[in-house]
Write a protein that binds this ligand. Structure first.
Ligand code: ADP
Length: 287
């Protein structure tokens, strides 16, 4: 499976440019983290990939043919968890998945539902009404419907939003179990949720691609630009962004990113999160 985007642009009718000349190639298997702050264009990109929106410029091809011409085939090979996902509260989990498999035209739907329930650890809740489920369980129902029929292409838009820390760990485990051998595009602004599972990261900012590559290459970009300082007041003397404050017995230590670290900073080894913040702050003209 290969999806190619060439000079892809999206301008909404109100004139808002959500994507600006995006070139991307996606092949399977690949676990891709799509990162970027709110408004970066992640959801727009995902909607274009599912053919829910048509681009105002550029092309998308799916295995060599225009995506729009292959919509039916795409639907049968794609599992999609949109950001706001409406569940039918009065249906049981099983009834809902049965309804979704009918919509998707999945043959052997009983086995497909059982598999999706097992993958998302929802077998005990299969008869429960959706309105009785916790936030984490509801999210898993959304993921279960995306997994129905074992699609080879998965698009998950902010799957960890609203989950508590334990549920987020569960999601990471679920993702590592079910996403192997697929092409997965997972959008998030919580890097912690994807750093251990994704092998490629695409960073979007203001509708443009700021980075596309391996996690270690992203981290390398921030080498020499991350440090810690104890004298926070002195930061007003330089252009730096504080990414976290850590309370220690000797006072507060600030972690900063800067194009040029001040001489009172102690150089630190960048993490993926530092690298992400460094690129975002630099893009926003704050460094
Ligand atoms: P993200 O998913 O990264 O938060 P979106 O793709 O939702 O970003 O939005 C990108 C930009 O497009 C934002 O500025 C947003 O306000 C705008 N936008 C999104 N949907 C619409 C729409 N239907 N009409 C007009 N502007 C939109």
């Amino acid at each position: 499976m290969e999806i190619q985007m060439r000079s892809l642009s999206m301008v909404y009718p109100n004139g808002k440019k959500a994507l600006d000349n995006v070139d991307l190639s996606l092949t399977n298997p690949n676990l891709i983290g799509l990162l970027g702050p709110n408004g970066a264009g992640k959801t727009t990109l995902m909607k274009l990939l599912t053919n829910a929106l048509l681009p105002t410029g550029g092309t998308i091809t799916f295995d060599g043919a225009p995506l729009a011409a292959r919509e039916q085939e795409l639907k049968s090979r794609l599992g999609y968890l949109p950001q706001s996902f409406g569940l039918f509260d009065e249906l049981s989990v099983w009834e809902f998945l049965d309804y979704m498999s009918a919509l998707k035209g999945i043959s052997g739907s009983k086995a497909a539902i059982e598999r999706a329930l097992a993958d998302t650890n929802l077998l005990p809740q299969r008869k429960s009404k959706i309105r009785t489920l916790s936030g984490g369980q509801r999210q898993r129902v959304g993921i279960a419907q995306a997994l129905l029929g074992n699609p080879e292409f998965l698009i998950l838009d902010e799957p960890t939003v609203g989950l508590d820390p334990e549920e987020r760990v569960n999601f990471r485990n679920l993702f590592s179990r079910t996403a192997q051998n697929k092409l997965v595009l997972l959008s998030t602004h919580i890097i912690e949720d994807v750093q251990s599972v994704c092998n490629r990261f695409i960073l979007l900012g203001g509708g443009r691609i700021l980075f596309d590559g391996k996690p270690e290459d992203l981290i390398s970009l921030a080498q020499g630009h991350v440090g810690t300082v104890r004298e926070e007041a002195r930061l007003s003397e330089c252009k730096a962004a504080v990414t976290s404050r850590i309370h220690t017995a000797k006072g507060v230590v600030c972690r900063i990113v800067a194009e040029q670290l001040p001489d009172f900073a102690v150089l630190a080894e960048p993490t993926l999160e530092d690298a992400y913040l460094y690129l975002m702050e630099r893009e926003g003209g704050k460094l």
